[in-house]
Write a protein that binds this ligand. Sequence first.
Ligand code: MN
Length: 128
Amino acid sequence: MSALILVIEDNATNLELMTYLLNAFGYTTVVARDGQTGVELAKERQPALILCDLAMPVLDGYGVAECIKRDPALRDIPLLAVTASAMVGDRDRVLSSGFDDYISKPIIPETFVAQVEAHLHPRRQGES
Ligand code: MN
């Protein structure tokens, strides 16, 4: 069974690239184009991992992290921020906001899935 990954991203090009890569490696994806829809989908689908852009309409990535991490049903799901490397100075803010890690844009196809899997596999092995 392939793990379900929720991708929350308002930029169509980035969203397409991430879902293409994840699907190519056998993962099932569900997508949201704004943070509020993303949180609702997380509750509904209980994904194995969440990838989340920071700058988004309705509810931004920081708001998503707050909702996910205060919900006992969701807070153990690995939550990775995906954002521009120009904002790398915000790394501390990202990690202190509840994100488990940070993947820089532009997305590098050769390493992206491995970065995701680094957070997916330990969790799967830890499950009974
Ligand atoms: Mn964005």
